[in-house]
Design a protein around this ligand. Structure first.
Ligand code: SOE
Length: 392
């Protein structure tokens, strides 16, 4: 019999929706499943919000007291889907209570918090994961497979972007994502870290960065109501405005420990770009290009392709590719955000079943925080900055 594991999900917003869907559907895709995640209890800031999330996301119970919930002996997994300011506190309490933990990205607001979280899970011996889901897009995992098989040769260059436009409107509200005390940083922590995670996954550790960091919109209308609706929030040109103390854009050159070079660009103010996560990798034997807005596809060109067929060609991911055994039976039927979360959920529960740390875990999340910190430092000094702990 497949083991049933009780999940306590803290946070019933956008990420709660994505995780709840993954809990419900993971065993439908990946069977036999490593475990059946049981939606035991959902926590939100008020009893009413928690009850609404319970009803909507199919949990058995609701609560507004995460401290009591993480202590409960019947909880196996704590899932942190809150804004960044409470990640550390919840994760450390959950680790002390011996729970396995999946935490939304970025791991924390600061490297100090991330270090404390990594130490807590290490000492507790629990399984932990950071939800950088995009590396679980089949086309991205296929890129990784090609790299590991040596099909692109030695990597020379990585060019990564994450561009969105939901914060380009200066009258979009001052949600928690624009407040350092809650978010830690702006675009850097929120989305540049996704690119860093992909770079670490595909190329290896980043050693040094040289960046420019900009805040284009310095004040925003104070948010009415507690819910962050990203670009869909109501705009107001007349409401009282508050200060934005985080970054809107980061652009950086990168040096990797293995000698590869590269660049990263991330912005939430790029009109016309929605979830424009891209990378292009040039190696001594070929090139790979990925664009999340066309996520069923991987563009490849290998040096030994026939001379009369030179140029990028498109692979459509399907059963022959990573995660193909569980996803859809025909290439290009369509991979979505949910599928990345379902795969993430499968890999997390498989790690628990095998008692083997998955990746990215909190140590990987901490390394990403070191890069984020270096990006922000370099934005201030205008110089190359080393990533803490980097070799080479
Ligand atoms: C907003 O930029 C956001 O919701 C990020 O926080 C997520 O990590 C990303 O996947 C989608 O956009």
């Amino acid at each position: 019999m497949t083991r049933v594991m009780n999940v306590a999900m803290i946070g019933g917003g956008f990420m709660g929706k994505a995780h709840a869907m993954a809990y419900a559907s993971m065993p439908m895709f990946f069977w036999p499943a490593p475990a059946i995640p049981h939606r035991k209890i959902v926590v939100d800031v008020t009893d009413a919000a928690a009850e609404a999330a319970r009803e909507r996301f199919g949990f058995e119970e609701a609560s507004s007291d995460w401290r009591a919930v993480v202590e409960r002996p019947d909880i196996d997994v704590v899932d942190i889907c809150t804004p960044n300011n409470v990640h550390a506190e919840i994760a450390i309490a959950a680790a002390k209570a011996g729970k396995h933990i999946i935490c939304e990205k970025p791991l924390a607001r600061t490297i100090e918090e991330a270090r404390a979280m990594a130490q807590a899970v290490r000492e507790a011996g629990v399984i932990h994961m950071v939800a950088f889901n995009y590396r679980r897009t089949p086309a991205v995992a296929l890129a990784k497979r090609y790299i590991e098989e040596g099909r692109v040769g030695r990597i020379l260059n990585f060019r990564g972007t994450y561009l969105q436009d939901w914060s380009a409107d200066p009258d979009g509200p001052l949600s928690w994502r624009f407040q350092k005390r809650i978010a830690g940083s702006g675009t850097t922590g929120d989305i540049a870290t996704h690119v860093v995670d992909l770079a670490h996954y595909l190329v290896g550790p980043i050693a040094e960065v040289n960046s420019m960091v900009h805040t284009y919109v310095k004040t925003r209308p104070i948010q009415q109501g507690g819910v962050d609706k990203l670009g869909a929030s109501e705009k107001s040109a007349t409401a009282e405005r508050g200060e934005v103390d985080v970054d809107d854009e980061v652009i950086s050159m990168l040096r990797f420990e293995n000698g590869a070079v590269g660049s990263l660009e991330a912005s939430r103010n790029a009109w016309g770009r929605n979830n424009f996560i891209t990378f292009e990798i040039h190696g001594t034997e070929g090139s790979i290009h990925f664009n999340y807005e066309r996520r069923d596809e991987l563009q490849v060109m290998f040096r030994n392709d026939p001379a009369d067929a030179r140029g990028f060609r498109t692979i459509y991911t399907g059963p022959a590719h990573p995660y193909g055994e569980g996803l859809w039976p025909i290439p290009a039927l369509g991979i979505g955000y949910s599928e990345t979360k379902i795969v993430e959920c499968r890999d997390f529960f498989a790690a628990i079943a095998q008692n083997k740390l998955p990746s990215p875990n909190f140590e990987d999340g901490l390394r990403t925080e070191y890069v984020a910190d270096a990006l922000l430092r370099s934005g201030e000094t205008g110089h190359w900055e080393r990533v803490e702990g980097a070799a080479g």
